[in-house]
Design a binder for this molecule. Structure first.
Ligand SMILES: Nc1ncnc2c1ncn2[C@@H]1O[C@H](COP(=O)(O)OP(=O)(O)OP(=O)(O)O)[C@@H](O)[C@H]1O
Length: 236
């Protein structure tokens, strides 16, 4: 056993619910620092529900789950913003404010997460935009950017508070294949710099090309390529 690593996410016999309905039961897995993990499964199999439970958008009603030091079985509503500060969350639909520039979009999140010093905010904004390859986009409006560029801004926004893990729900789902590939490579670079990534995807090409660990939602269970044979070519 490697005592150097400690999990960022540790889930033990959890139930994932949508209201009264159990979507996944007996969910057990850990994600270590710096890991890259795909989350796959058919439409409706529970990928988003699992991610939502991890960022405390859905309550954990059964079992144990710890993420970036927060116990999801005990977390209080007022603690959720502190949990979200330690996570980066990226969705399929870009969810930028359309009437605000890139800089204003990023500043909005900074203010909401406790940043106050203007010059530090500007420096951090420049850093994250540089990191995603958009150093020249601060003054642009979202509609002046391509889909891939908008998703890069969303990734920059998710990186602002230097999260230990990015939770990404179909981040390349709305992008053309070439653009999706570029955005995926950005996730890989971010991962190489030390951020763990849990990415829900339907993209078979990515799964075939990059042999990362896979978690698969199937028939109400979560399978793990660490412990089971997972077919990536069928049934989703
Ligand atoms: N807001 C909601 N209220 C009630 N049930 C929901 C809600 N969102 C999803 N569900 C149900 O929960 C189950 C899991 O859905 P979920 O969105 O987690 O699947 P998914 O694997 O992410 O699907 P997709 O690949 O289409 O995004 C489905 O049966 C779905 O109908």
């Amino acid at each position: 056993m490697d005592f150097q690593t400690e999990p960022i996410i540790h889930v033990q016999e959890a139930g994932i619910f949508q209201g009264l309905d159990a979507v996944l039961t007996n969910v057990t897995f850990s994600i270590e620092k710096k890991e890259f993990v795909f989350l796959i499964g058919r439409t409706g199999s529970g990928k988003s529900s699992l991610l939502k439970t991890l960022y405390a958008d859905l309550p954990l009603k059964m079992g144990q789950a710890e993420i970036v030091g927060f116990d999801l079985s005990k977390i209080k509503t007022k603690e959720v913003p502190f949990l979200r500060r330690k996570l980066g969350i990226v969705f399929q639909d870009f969810q930028l404010f359309p009437d605000r520039s890139v800089a204003e979009n990023l500043f909005f999140v900074m203010k909401a997460t406790g940043w106050k010093d203007k010059s530090k905010m500007k420096n951090r904004m420049a850093e994250v935009l540089m990191q995603v390859g958009l150093a020249d986009a601060a003054s642009k409006m979202p509609h002046q950017l391509s889909g891939g560029e908008q998703q890069r801004v969303v990734i920059a926004r998710a990186l602002i508070n230097d999260p230990e893990i990015l939770l990404a729900d179909e981040p390349t789902g709305n992008l053309d294949p070439d653009v999706a590939d570029g955005v995926f490579k950005l996730f890989q670079e971010i991962n190489k710099q030390g951020t763990a990534i849990l990415m829900a995807t339907h993209n078979h090409d990515l799964l075939r090309k990059y042999p990362y660990r896979v978690l698969k939602c199937e028939r109400g269970q979560l399978l793990d390529s660490k412990t089971s044979d997972i077919s990536i070519n069928t049934s989703y």
